[in-house]
Structure formats: C-alpha cells, structure tokens
Design a protein around this ligand. Structure first.
Ligand SMILES: Nc1ncnc2c1ncn2[C@@H]1O[C@H](COP(=O)(O)OP(=O)(O)OP(=O)(O)O)[C@@H](O)[C@H]1O
Ligand SMILES: Cc1ncsc1CCO
Length: 203
C-alpha cells in the first residue's frame, strides 16, 4: 500500500487526496453506524460475496435472485484500460443524468463534469468472481448514507473496497485466500489505514 501522506506531489494534490480519504472514512463510519438496508437483485454466482461484502462493511444485505437474468445476460470482460473509457463515461453521465463508474486498475467515476480515479485495488480481484457486483453493492450502501452526494459516495466506496483488497492481498496466497482476507479487511478497516492509504485523485 502506498502512503499518500509521503512523497513529492504538489501540495494541492496531496490536500485533495487527504480530503478524499477523510470522506472515505466518514462514509465507512456512517455505513457502520446506520447499517443501511441494501436490496440486491442478483444471481446465485454473485449472491454470497455481495452479501458478505455488505455485511463486513457494516450494511444490511437483502438478497433476491434474478431468475429472468438468463434472457438478458450481456456482461463481458474488457481488455481495455478503464482510463480508455473516460470520454464515453462522461458522455453517458451527461445524457443519463447519472453517476458513471468504470472499474479496472483505476476505477473511473464521473458525474459528466468532474472525473476522479480511485487508484486502490489489486489485479488479483479479477480472479474472484463477483468483485465488481460486490463493489457495486458497496456503492449503493455508501450512497444510501450520503444520498445528496452520489459522486463522492461512489468514489469513496470504490477506494475503500480496493484498499480492503490491498490489505487482503498482503495476507493472501491466491484468489481463494484473497476472498476471505478481503472480507476480513473490510470488517477491520480502521481510521488510520483509510486516512493514509485511500487514494482518490482528479483525472
Ligand atoms: N488491475 C487491477 N488493479 C487493481 N484493482 C483492480 C484491477 N482490476 C480490477 N480491480 C478492482 O477489482 C474490482 C472489480 O473490478 P472488475 O473490473 O474486475 O469488475 P467486474 O469485471 O465487473 O467483476 P465481476 O464481473 O466479477 O463482478 C474493482 O474494485 C477494481 O478496482
Ligand atoms: C461468472 C458470473 N456469471 C454470472 S454473474 C457472474 C459473476 C461475475 O459478474
């Protein structure tokens, strides 16, 4: 894990990253205090990890399986970097009036004007099924406790999830142990670690 309080970045960038880290901790604390109910329409592959990620972050999962999904399945893993998608993500955010997030080595978040990157995470997260579904549910939990600021909540959720992945990876031997250690790390994340290592910055 990189320590963002160190290094040789310009002062305004360091301050911005610190501010994002403070928001990340505030959001995680609020989720733990309020334990928002997150209703998830999902499938049997992703149900278990999604529910456990929500629980370990302090939220309350309610799972419903989606029997209709087999008619509509379209998901595909991309070979592109998520940063390649910035223009398309901004355009989609503008036309839909939504926050758009693109996961990858750097998670891109945009409201159509602002664009930030959540740099946390490890590549091994791709080797565990449903990490994308799980971080999406975590985003819902973060938005639930800060509904007037969905852009900020989305970026901090992605950062917190990625940071838990980094901590989990430091104790893991491969995907299976990363899965367990990711859940443990989310459960155990403390203020000092989030303030030092949450890494969101402007793109
Ligand atoms: N190369 C990488 N480096 C760091 N973190 C990564 C990398 N690839 C993915 N991640 C992280 O893994 C998580 C899941 O992202 P990913 O793009 O793999 O989702 P997905 O393909 O939709 O997952 P799934 O379909 O299994 O639910 C995100 O938090 C993302 O930041
Ligand atoms: C592998 C798989 N199939 C349907 S959902 C899922 C989890 C990753 O999205």
């Amino acid at each position: 894990m990189e320590d963002k309080t160190q290094g040789h970045q310009p002062k305004n960038i360091v301050e911005s990253t610190k501010s994002w880290a403070r928001q990340a901790w505030a959001h995680l604390e609020s989720v733990r205090q309020a334990s928002p109910l997150i209703q998830c329409i999902t499938n049997f592959v992703s149900m278990d990890l999604v529910a456990n990620v929500l629980l370990s972050a302090g939220a309350s999962p309610a799972m419903i399986s989606c029997v209709e999904e087999k008619k509509h399945t379209q998901g595909a893993d991309s070979t592109h970097e998520s940063t390649d998608a910035v223009a398309a993500a901004k355009s989609l955010a503008q036309t839909s009036g939504s926050i758009v997030a693109v996961s990858g080595a750097v998670d891109i978040v945009t409201d159509g004007q602002r664009v930030v990157g959540a740099q946390n995470g490890v590549a091994m997260l791709q080797k565990i099924t449903a990490t994308g579904c799980s971080v999406t549910a975590l985003i819902a939990a973060f938005v639930a406790i800060d509904p007037s600021r969905p852009f900020e909540a989305t970026a901090t959720a992605l950062s917190v999830f990625g940071l838990a992945g980094e901590i989990g990876m430091s104790k893991a031997n491969g995907p299976a142990s990363l899965r367990a250690n990711l859940i443990d790390a989310l459960h155990g994340l403390d203020r000092t670690t989030v303030l030092q290592h949450a890494n969101v910055s402007n793109i």
